[in-house]
Write a protein that binds this ligand. Sequence first.
Ligand SMILES: [Zn+2]
Length: 113
Amino acid sequence: MHEVSIMQSALEAAERHALEQGATRIHRIVLRIGAESGVVPDALEFAFGPVTEGTMADGAALEILRVPAVCFCRTCESEFQPDDIIHFCPDCGAPALEMLQGTEMELASLEVS
Ligand SMILES: [Zn+2]
């Protein structure tokens, strides 16, 4: 399952940060997940328990911040939130291929001790 390996690499990143801070326990992991990242937040939450079992993050809380997609139109230089898979600019109708945000998949913050 896709989300399990994503959760594993997020956990590895979290453990690396925790160790750098001299911590031994991770209490909370906050992830930033873009609407267009292809990651299903519910599946991540589901994977969190089994993946963290027996690790520094055993029993930790998982928080997922969902980042809405934002596109940029080069033609008229406007930013907009797409409501479909194909992103057409609401101002000029040109297809906007550039994403300003919404594809994130990263560690936002951590609580360790
Ligand atoms: Zn436009």
